[in-house]
Design a protein around this ligand. Structure first.
Ligand SMILES: C[S@@+](CC[C@H](N)C(=O)[O-])C[C@H]1O[C@@H](n2cnc3c(N)ncnc32)[C@H](O)[C@@H]1O
Length: 873
């Protein structure tokens, strides 16, 4: 949790869900979608009255009373229709935002900040992950690169271009069918031609004068809000004029090592030149400036960008440059000289510095470490829970809306979707949010950044904002409510050590330094009661050994071990310290790969010559070994509630085979093993699997098997291995085990294969959700009748749920091929769009039905929450 964004993580790599995934983006991003939505509503509307044909006028005139009633009905229908339109618009906004939020997943940025970034196009640009920072976490995450954000932006701004004449026609028919006095409610747009007709442009519009869209610039009118179709010449001309006003302030990108001279204090007065040729390198820019007789001190220009950053000696040089540049153009545009906002670390150090001051209007403003790490900390816990409850309700409603949207032609609406309409839009019972037993100091794992405070002091704590915003200052975790007192104490102990160390702390602006991150992991004693004390602690210190010789590092490591163990022993009360591990990592982001080298250091006074590299924690009276990189829920006591809820919903019995998909150290499977015949755990992190096996041993549990593999590679074969296979029928006839009687746990067939009639899966995937192959396997294996889905990311849960639950027309033709389908547009889609698209390739199969949902608050004071959903068929 070096940075703020890492402060509420699920794992060191995948971490916790982004905040408010479903937060709505910039209103303007969505406007062009409204027309499409209106057309879609015609198909889905709950307001048949509005679509019925208008009765003949004489009939209405002769029934005045009836007329009044009908008018009321019509008005109600119109309101209903409008509500539907709003819902649709919202859905479209969500889809756009969803794609952007997904891109955020690969980013180091905290989700809240990212969502805030989404609030404007400018900010959206700022939110593009820099390739160097975004180390792809998995195959799925790789599908969300910065490019996608760009495409999303383009897609949003070009929506009218994609209007389909058939849809237009449908829309027109709908509008015609409305009673005349209602049609105004939704139909004024087509009369004023505010969008260009893309078909006319291509020369094949068959609507002629009747077309709702402008045939050329002359017909085009401004939109009600005064803006123009962004593809029109008028809009482009306006954009040219407003694109680069002089007063707009710019934030320079973070410098690479080669560009560091631009960031030096001798760089002078910094200005941004815009636009300049995209293809220019820094050298070409320097050449241009020199040949134009423009004096300057430093400059920074990256190929592919239209902004250049130049340092001038004084105001005089700036004025002269401005004058010369007035005469220069790039592709017909004047080169403007704009102000550059200073970054936080460029400001003078003093106590009153507002590290965000310079970033006003650019992106989110983070004031204190608590604002950054525990944004709900100012609310009462009750208010936090009710807020989370409301947000989860919204997520659930989106499941119903999106499934409805994905229903193919001729497919009957399933009962759960029908009843959602009478249930306020909820697809299943929502049973509320379970509170965390421990509200303050609940985290058993804290990842502290090692860097500099605003005043330059070496500090161990949380980053005050996002690196991308230029905020790299670190603050001590003093008032952070989610941090335990033990973690706080170790942060202070380590801070003292790095302040005295001769090796430098990590500097994110140039990616140099030695001390990078301190992770404190804690384990409770025998029982999992709130009152049970922390008895084991593991410290994992991340360093970048580049350029430091082995002898120096080993001396530093020894000093470090002595310092922390002495300080821990001297604390009042003394602090436990069980394991001390160094992780070497040279990458740019603090998220180290699973195979980053680890060194276990002896802790003076501990375990003699055989230091350990793990600690233990307890859940449901079981003991769990946890190694440095293995996932373990950060709130042990709340996790216990979560697992027990999942077990209850899974309706386990001795004839059940439980698949624990993404099992980590085996927590779910092992805590439920006594309630089932057998557990099969699947996990891709090998050291977590080693822990899981060890944990089974530690607790004398013998009916568990743990498989170290990606679930997508083994799920299908494992299901086939254990379920009553197709040939079970034959075996039954032959008098084998597949009879009506429940197979005893461990019962085997003639191939020594244990088989189970009741197969249940509890899945607890990382933030990106389950791999499409796993979803397909779960859906197609219909002997799997019950599925409990635990998720820290509502967005990916929703997308997976849509794929699991949408009924399919068995007679439709299943699409073949790779990608998301949809003719190559899949790269532009959000996760929900991708899910719906994948359904086109899903073979006919019985869908799951959402049955119940609940949340467990594992992360008090933050906006995050674990969601549990039960699916059955
Ligand atoms: C949210 S954690 C849950 C761990 C465990 N269920 C628990 O509660 O402690 C997700 C786990 O999924 C693992 N994982 C991620 N991608 C996976 C994949 N494709 N196949 C199997 N496991 C995966 C991660 O290593 C991590 O341990």
């Amino acid at each position: 949790m070096g940075a703020v964004e890492e402060s509420e993580p699920r794992t060191e790599m995948e971490e916790e869900p982004p905040v408010k995934q479903y937060e709505i983006g910039h209103e303007e991003d969505v406007k062009p979608a409204v027309k499409e939505v209106k057309t879609e509503i015609a198909e889905e509307s709950d307001a048949p009255a509005a679509m019925e044909e208008e009765p003949p006028p004489e009939q209405l005139n002769s029934r005045e009373e009836g007329h009044g009633k009908r008018k009321r009905e019509e008005t109600e229908a119109a309101v209903k229709l409008e509500t539907q339109i709003e819902i649709k618009v919202e859905t479209q906004i969500e889809i756009k935002v969803e794609a952007l939020s997904e891109a955020a997943m690969v980013d180091e940025q905290p989700a809240k900040q990212l969502n805030d970034n989404l609030k404007g196009n400018e900010e959206m640009k700022a939110a593009k992950p820099e390739p160097a920072e975004s180390e792809p976490l998995s195959r799925i995450e790789e599908e969300a690169p910065a490019k996608r954000i760009k495409q999303e932006e383009e897609e949003i701004s070009c929506a009218p271009e994609e209007t389909n004449p058939e849809q237009e026609e449908e829309g027109k028919n709908l509008i015609k069918a409305l009673p005349s006095d209602l049609s105004g409610v939704i139909s004024s747009a087509p009369r004023t031609k505010t969008s260009l007709c893309s078909y006319f442009r291509k020369g094949n519009c068959r609507h002629g004068d009747q077309c709702r869209y402008a045939h050329g610039e002359a017909e085009l009118k401004p939109r009600p809000d005064g803006t123009w179709d962004p593809t029109s010449d008028t809009a482009k001309a306006l954009a040219r004029d407003v694109e680069a006003p002089d007063e707009v302030k710019v934030v320079a990108p973070i410098s690479t090592a080669e560009e560091s001279e631009y960031d030096s204090t001798e760089a002078g007065i910094k200005k941004c030149l815009q636009p300049v040729h995209r293809r220019w390198s820094a050298d070409q820019l320097k050449k241009f400036l020199t040949e134009s007789s423009i004096e300057f001190l430093t400059c920074k220009k990256r190929k592919g960008e239209t902004s250049a950053f130049v340092g001038f000696k004084d105001e005089d040089q700036v004025e002269k440059a401005k004058k010369i540049l007035e005469e220069k153009t790039v592709s017909g545009h004047k080169i403007l000289v704009k102000d550059v906002l200073p970054r936080a670390w460029e400001k003078k150090a003093n106590d009153d510095v507002d590290i965000n001051e310079g970033l006003e209007g650019v992106t989110t403003r983070v004031k204190t470490v608590c604002d950054a790490v525990t944004p709900l900390g100012h609310l009462s816990y009750e208010d936090q829970l009710s807020r989370k409850r409301g947000e989860i309700e919204q997520v659930l409603k989106r499941l119903a809306r999106n499934t409805r949207k994905g229903l193919g032609a001729g497919v009957l609406m399933p009962d759960w979707l029908m009843s959602a309409r009478d249930n306020g839009g909820l697809p299943c019972a929502f049973e509320g949010v379970l509170a965390s037993p421990l509200v303050d100091g609940y985290r058993n794992k804290c990842e502290f950044s090692i860097g500099c405070a605003v005043d330059g002091t070496r500090t161990v704590g949380f980053q005050l904002g996002s690196f991308r915003e230029g905020i790299i200052a670190v603050a001590e975790p003093i008032d952070c409510k989610n941090v335990s007192s033990i973690a706080r104490s170790f942060a202070a102990i380590f801070q003292k050590f790095v302040q005295a160390s001769e090796l430098p702390v990590w500097n994110k602006t140039n990616n140099r330094g030695f001390w990078r991150m301190l992770t404190v992991r804690e384990g409770r004693g025998e029982t999992s009661e709130v009152s049970s004390p922390i008895v084991e602690v593991m410290l994992v210190v991340q360093v970048c050994p580049t350029g430091v010789d082995k002898e120096t590092t080993s001396v530093e490591y020894k000093k470090m071990a002595v310092h922390v163990s002495e300080a821990a022993a001297a604390a009042d009360p003394p602090l436990p310290i069980t394991a001390l591990v160094v992780q070497e990592h040279t990458g740019v982001s603090n998220a180290a790969p699973a195979n980053a080298p680890l060194h276990t250091l002896p802790v003076p006074g501990n375990f003699g010559d055989s230091p350990v590299d793990y600690i233990h924690d307890h859940i449901a009276k079981l003991k769990f070994r946890i190694s440095p990189t293995a996932f373990f829920q950060v709130n042990t006591l709340a996790a216990e509630r979560l697992y027990s809820l999942a077990g209850d919903w899974a309706e386990l019995s001795r004839d059940t085979l439980l698949f624990d998909v993404c099992c980590g150290t085996g927590t779910i499977g092992l805590t439920l093993a006594h309630r089932v015949g057998m557990v099969v755990g699947i996990e891709m992190n090998e050291s977590a699997v080693a822990d899981a096996k060890k944990n089974a041993e530690l607790n004398n549990i013998t009916n568990c098997r743990f498989v170290a593999s990606k679930a997508e590679d083994v799920m299908e074969s494992l299901l086939e291995e254990y379920s009553m296979a197709e040939d079970g029928e034959e075996e039954e006839e032959e008098g084998s085990l597949a009879s009506e009687t429940k197979p005893e746990p461990g019962t085997s067939d003639k191939n020594d294969r244990p088989r189970f009639k009741n197969i249940v899966s509890i899945v607890d995937p990382p933030r990106v959700g389950l791999h499409p192959t796993v979803i397909k396997t779960l859906r197609l294996h219909t002997e799997l009748r019950r599925l409990v889905y635990i998720s820290c990311n509502p967005q990916s849960l929703l997308a997976n749920a849509v794929e699991l639950c949408t009924p399919l027309n068995p007679e439709r033709e299943t699409e073949k091929g790779k990608g998301g389908g949809g003719g190559g547009h899949w790269k532009n889609m959000g996760s929900m769009g991708l899910a719906r698209n994948r359904l086109k390739k899903m073979p006919p199969s019985t869908p799951f039905n959402p049955k119940r949902a609940m949340a467990v608050d594992l992360f008090p004071h933050t906006s995050h929450c674990e969601m549990v959903m039960l699916f059955e068929r």
